[in-house]
Design a protein around this ligand. Structure first.
Ligand SMILES: Nc1nc2c(c(=O)[nH]1)N[C@H]1C(S)=C(S)[C@@H](COP(=O)(O)O)O[C@H]1N2
Ligand SMILES: [Mo]
Length: 528
């Protein structure tokens, strides 16, 4: 051995370790990618719903505690689901890299870790509501592929390492090339196959064509929008919320694709006669239009998780009557195709004076996918989480003391009527207005009683009556406006609603949990 070689070997020894760890972590990443790709490939072939990434993401959505969920919605807003998927992806990547290093350093710990990861993903998949009988197959095959690949890659790496240490340049070269070749081919294949399979899965599972082709019979009765239902004030929300602007709240990571031709509604539990209806059966009962404002329990005072639409549907009481609910039942647990459940008082669904419906259309078109295509529930006066089940497929007539819904063990009340509320749409905080006559305007709702009046107080002065738009009905919100003679400076605007029974909107502030926010909105406006 010449002095020259000795120096090189020495050199190699110092750089060898960190570099090998780098390659080991790469081996971990490539193996995890192979795991996902094989799972996605078999998901397309045998079980559409068995996507590890989505299943793990959905599983996490269901287990994260409520404060964390609220935090995520606050920070990421409607991008909370994307943020979650990115988070899951980053977490999985770090774990995969660690598995590679562990396999290199403490064989077979890395392979075991990867296997455990695959087993957890399998558990997340088979416990999803939509999981079919073969749902376990894709993640299990993926896990086997990932573990085998990791073992092979790390074996190559160690041989390369040993040869380099033993100064056997030829053997080192062979094993290095073997490692890179195998990693490269595996990584490229995993990306192409994995991404391809996911795209094919998403595209062909889509029932967009079925929705486009759907022709609903026309409604027997329509909602007339009265003269004066819309005030002409810039910055004020429209009285009918366009579908594209309608808020969306649900636990679904990917929007369920439900084909109306295979959709079934089951009604069971405490009924004289369990029934099952097809989409055609339901629609054949006759369609009517209903104007109803939907409100989310997570809506803060002044917030935007509320919208008003004209829904086309069938009264739920007519459908329930066919099954015959038993006398001692007091709750209906509605269930979505993705396993989400809501608990609604039976009386709210059977009440003749209240039009709780199965909606099939929203503002004149079949329900958008995000809003529950092909069938959802809409119940006037109850927050969405206890009534407005989207992609609904099953009603179980039961009792509050026997069953509970998705949000009940997560810190929300089992029953939750919508609290009367009012909000200011214009002027907005942070957008100064010029002195002179300024319209203060916003929305108010008091389902199912109806809004009688809206009052505004400037700088805690006397309550002034706002002008209301002509209500569509008592289940829909109204617009209100007050012409204000604004003087330069900063001013507080407070607003409150009064319902047709004379009840005044609750002044005391309350958080959204457990049953909805309360309080009067008080905004600061700068006049220049
Ligand atoms: N299947 C399903 N339906 C659901 C939910 C859900 O998470 N899954 N969320 C409910 C909640 S909390 C609300 S406020 C309304 C929102 O309906 P939207 O998204 O059409 O506005 O849907 C309800 N229906
Ligand atoms: Mo909600």
């Amino acid at each position: 051995m010449t002095t020259d070689t000795a120096a090189r070997t020495d050199d190699a020894t110092t750089v060898r370790r960190p570099r090998a760890w780098f390659w080991a972590s790469l081996a971990g990443l490539v193996s995890a990618a192979a795991l996902l790709a094989v799972a996605e490939l078999f998901a397309v072939l045998v079980a559409r719903s068995a996507s590890p990434v989505l299943a793990v993401g959905s599983f996490i959505v269901d287990i994260v505690p409520r404060p964390l969920k609220e935090f995520a919605i606050t920070v990421f807003g409607e991008a909370d689901k994307v943020a979650l998927l990115v988070g899951v992806g980053l977490g999985a990547a770090v774990a995969a890299a660690v598995a590679g290093i562990l396999q290199y350093r403490f064989r077979p710990v890395g392979a075991i870790l990867l296997g455990v990861g695959g087993a957890l993903a399998t558990a997340a998949i088979i416990t999803r509501a939509a999981a079919g009988a073969l749902a376990w197959l894709p993640p299990v095959l993926g896990t086997v592929a990932g573990v085998v690949l990791l073992v092979f890659l790390v074996r190559r790496l160690r041989r390369w390492d040993a040869a380099a240490l033993g100064d056997n340049a030829t053997a080192a070269g062979v094993n290095r090339r073997g490692f890179f070749l195998l990693s490269g081919i595996a990584a490229a294949t995993a990306v192409v196959v994995g991404v391809g399979a996911r795209v094919v899965n998403a595209a062909t599972a889509s029932v967009a064509a079925a929705r486009d082709a759907l022709r609903l019979p026309s409604a027997r009765s329509t909602v007339t929008i009265p003269e004066g239902a819309s005030l002409d004030v810039p910055g004020l929300s429209p009285i009918i919320t366009p579908n594209a602007d309608f808020y969306r709240v649900d636990t679904a990571l990917t929007v369920p694709n439900v084909d109306p031709s295979t959709w079934r509604l089951q009604i069971e539990g405490m009924v004289d006669q369990p029934i099952e209806l097809s989409f055609d059966d339901l629609v054949a009962m006759g369609l009517d239009e209903y104007g109803v404002t939907l409100t989310c329990v997570s809506n803060e005072v002044g917030g935007g998780l509320v919208g008003n639409a004209i829904w086309t549907g069938i009264p739920i009481r007519d459908v329930l009557r066919m099954a015959g609910p038993q006398a001692d039942a007091d709750m209906v647990l509605s269930e979505s195709v993705d396993g989400y459940t809501a608990s609604t008082p039976l009386s709210a669904l059977t009440d003749d004076g209240l039009d709780a419906i199965f909606a099939v259309a929203m503002n004149g078109e079949p329900l958008p996918f995000e809003h529950g295509f092909p069938v959802r529930m809409v119940v006037p006066g109850l927050y969405g989480y206890v009534s407005a089940t989207k992609w609904v497929t099953k009603l179980t007539v039961t009792r509050f003391d026997q069953d509970e819904a998705y949000w009940t063990p997560r810190g929300y009340s089992a029953e939750a009527p919508i609290k009367m509320s009012s909000r200011v749409d214009t002027p907005k905080i942070g957008s100064p207005v010029s002195a002179g006559t300024v319209p203060i305007a916003g929305m108010a709702w008091a389902q199912p009683i109806g809004v009688q009046a809206v009052e505004v107080s400037i700088d805690d002065g006397d309550w002034q009556q706002a002008t209301l738009s002509t209500p569509i009905n008592d289940q829909s919100w109204v617009q209100w406006v007050l012409e204000w003679d604004a003087e330069p400076g900063s001013h507080y605007i407070t607003v409150r609603a009064i319902d047709k029974e004379g009840n005044v909107q609750i002044q005391e502030p309350a958080a959204i949990a457990p049953n909805g926010s309360s309080g009067w909105q008080r905004t600061l406006v700068t006049v220049s």
